[in-house]
Design a protein around this ligand. Structure first.
Ligand code: NAD
Ligand code: MG
Length: 395
């Protein structure tokens, strides 16, 4: 029997939905994996509770004002875990030789620096933070390839494609990659019906339990748009070989069609622990806690085309991908600002695509060969969209 040295895993975004799933899988294999770094944005109490359970070497809170609470909480609990604050601490811990695997599960562009640091340091990178690939996909893939980092996508669709390809890059023999989409909570609604939907309705996803930002992205279909761009970078395929199919049961997680007419799909219950177990164990298969799929209990698999008129975010993402350069960074940044305003009850649902469209129109794509250019586009799109919010505020 093979003997495995225990692998130290940094879980970035530990207090979130993906973080919880990752820690669940890690805890099932104490002889193989240990959570050595836990990092969160601002929820210091949740982070302290996780430290008490998982006893990591390091805990990081991004909000520097919370450093003392983290440090004192750890020492009050009698834990040897070292407290850190700020994003720079995160980047330092991720590149440390003691860290073997990085679960990149921070939400939004806030995850870019640590994800890029892990790629540059040649780590095994379990990549959930799709926004970092949308923002700087070329740089991220180039950094990973140069350093020999193994990127294993955690997004269920990309994890499915990864499994069907059995590697990260699509071979020339792949004729089409089809991302499935649940359609979100508003599948089948017309654009007019979407004008009045509420925050609570938008985050009540029919199939997946996720953080609020990605839940809204699933409701607008921007999530699928971000995933197209993610797939483009991960698998090296252009628009001509990418497609989206709505599949409300969320059991087929994506499909790969080959030039010989064969299509491979990956199926399973909608539970992110499967993707995380693939990421941790690959090329081995390890227990994830997710049961097998009983197709007699789930005998129906339906498929339909996405409604681009009702869900223009998907179309905007296609266009940003085709424009390339800074366009995906602008799309992502405008979307983050708009979704945050929607979650705060400041704007209506249809203002999200309107604000993204305005940002893309006002900031035409320019070639992006450096991180500086991309970060400048991100900042400019945020500033512009914050400004444009004024014209959309709810009564
Ligand atoms: P979440 O909102 O539940 O959790 C986000 C985590 O990021 C939290 O731990 C939070 O503390 C942390 N965070 C936020 N801002 C931070 C900052 N500035 N610095 C450090 N940490 C910060 O989100 P989630 O649903 O777990 O999603 C995380 C990422 O995974 C997103 O990019 C999302 O698109 C992707 N993803 C999630 C799912 C899912 O099922 N939840 C599926 C596919 C992809
Ligand atoms: Mg997904």
């Amino acid at each position: 029997m093979a003997v495995h040295a225990s692998r130290n895993v940094a879980v970035l975004g530990a207090t979130g939905s993906i973080g919880a799933s990752a820690l669940d899988v890690i805890a099932r294999h104490p002889e193989r994996y240990r959570a050595s770094v836990l990092a969160a944005g601002g929820n210091v109490d949740a982070l302290l509770a996780l430290c008490a359970t998982h006893r990591p070497d390091h805990a990081v809170i991004a909000d520097e004002a919370l450093y003392a609470r983290l440090r004192d909480g750890l020492s009050d609990a009698g834990l040897a875990t070292r407290a850190h604050a700020g994003m720079a601490a995160l980047d330092m811990l991720v590149v440390d030789p003691d860290c073997h695997v990085v679960v990149a599960a921070i939400v939004g562009a806030a995850g870019l620096a640590s994800t890029l640091a892990a790629a540059t340091a040649g780590k095994r990178l379990l990549l959930a933070n799709k926004e970092s690939l949308v923002l700087a996909g070329e740089l991220m893939i180039a950094a990973a390839d140069a350093a020999g980092a193994e990127i294993i996508p955690i997004d269920s669709e990309h994890n499915a494609i990864f499994q069907c390809l059995r590697s990260r890059q699509a071979q020339a023999q792949v004729s089409r990659i089809v991302l499935t989409a649940s359609g979100g909570p508003f599948r089948g609604r017309s654009r007019a019906e979407l004008a009045q939907v509420t925050r609570e309705q938008a985050i009540a996803h029919p199939k997946w339990v996720m953080g609020p930002k990605i839940s809204v992205d699933s409701a607008t279909l921007m999530n699928k748009g971000l995933e197209l761009i993610e797939a483009h970078h991960l698998f090296g395929v252009g628009r001509d070989r990418l497609d989206v199919l709505v599949h409300p049961q969320s059991l087929v997680h994506s499909l790969v069609e080959f030039v010989d007419g064969s299509t491979l799909a990956q199926l399973g219950l909608p539970d992110m622990r499967t993707s995380l177990a693939v990421g941790l164990g690959w090329p081995e298969r390890i227990d994830s806690g997710v049961g097998g799929l009983d197709l007699l209990k789930h005998p129906r698999l339906d498929f339909e085309a996405p409604d681009l008129a009702a869900f223009p975010c998907l179309q905007l993402a296609w266009e940003a991908m085709a424009a390339g350069g800074t366009a995906p960074a602008v799309l992502n940044a405008a979307n983050e600002v708009a979704v945050s305003a929607f979650l705060q009850g400041r704007i209506g649902f249809l203002s999200i695509p309107a604000l993204v469209e305005d940002a893309l129109a006002a900031l035409p794509a320019v070639p992006a060969d450096s991180l500086e250019v991309l970060l400048a586009a991100d900042a400019e799109a945020r500033r512009l969209t914050e400004h444009n919010l004024a014209g959309h505020l709810s009564a």
